[in-house]
Ligand binder design. Structure first.
Ligand SMILES: C[S@@+](CC[C@H](N)C(=O)[O-])C[C@H]1O[C@@H](n2cnc3c(N)ncnc32)[C@H](O)[C@@H]1O
Length: 246
């Protein structure tokens, strides 16, 4: 039985051990092979979402002041086409190895680093001025809990977003009863292993729930499936919308 702490909003917070398991695998050795394994092989053959779709997602959405949450190796940040020569970038991650690796990757852009758990409010002093884009690529499927609980990351981002900010990302889904996004045999095996280890916690994730949580906080511009991966793009329309949406 998991200890689900209650937040003031009433949304349970997953216990610390499960949160820790979602980032524990990202040690220096695994980060050294991550890009080849995930973005070179798994995206194409297992999740069936070609990596270029994720790169295009970044290219469509990154802005001159960007926060990236759950940074991994910084693969997309290093390849993105930024709209200015020197974008201001902040990296947020619970895992210091990921922060170091991603920051090293884009060291020419001198990114800021914030070591933080997305289930907690983000430290205002370190986050600085509001951001005009926020990327959450392959983060949500690593977070334990229901989609409502995972969406706490959006609540913790909102105070740091400028009006009109692009909020975008991607998450691997297990497929649903309608057959949409049905995983192939290899994807089912890998998801089963990853979920057993706590690397993924996506067995209950549904695209409808993701869309509902986004719509509670943002204007949803697009959400679509490529293979088993949901890509989402949304806009933050300021505090009025968040406050008036039940
Ligand atoms: C699958 S990697 C994604 C990396 C990168 N965005 C990509 O698409 O290649 C997930 C990232 O989320 C981070 N992460 C997992 N749980 C977290 C949490 N509770 N708070 C902050 N970061 C977390 C991990 O440390 C890791 O960097």
């Amino acid at each position: 039985m998991h200890d689900e702490r209650q937040t003031p909003s009433g949304d349970g917070q997953p216990d610390a051990a499960r949160v820790g398991a979602g980032q524990a695998i990202y040690a220096p050795f695994s980060l050294a092979v991550y890009d080849v394994v995930v973005h070179g092989i798994s995206n194409h053959f297992i999740w069936r979402c070609p990596t270029y779709q994720l790169r295009r997602l970044y290219d469509r959405n990154v802005t001159a002041r960007h926060v990236d949450v759950g940074v991994g190796t910084g693969y997309f940040l290093a390849r993105a086409h930024w709209p200015v020569a020197r974008p201001e970038i902040t990296l947020v991650d619970l895992n210091p190895h990921c922060l170091a690796r991603a920051a090293g990757r884009i060291s020419r852009l001198s990114p800021g680093m914030v070591e933080a758990n997305v289930f907690e409010p983000l430290p205002a002093a370190q986050m600085g001025k509001p951001y005009t884009s926020a990327g959450l690529c392959y983060l949500l499927h690593c977070l334990p809990g229901s989609m409502k609980q995972k969406a706490q990351v959006f609540d913790h981002l909102v105070p740091h977003l400028a009006d009109g900010a692009h909020v975008f990302g991607a998450t691997i889904l297990p497929g649903d009863a309608t057959g949409r996004g049905a995983p192939n045999w290899a994807a089912r095996q890998l998801m089963r292993i990853y979920n057993a280890k706590g690397v993924f916690s996506n067995e209950g994730d549904r695209i409808e729930d993701l869309e509902a949580e986004l719509a509670r906080r943002f204007e949803v511009v697009d959400i679509r499936l490529y293979g088993t991966v949901a890509l989402f793009e949304a806009r933050y329309r300021g505090a009025d919308r968040a406050a008036s949406t039940p």
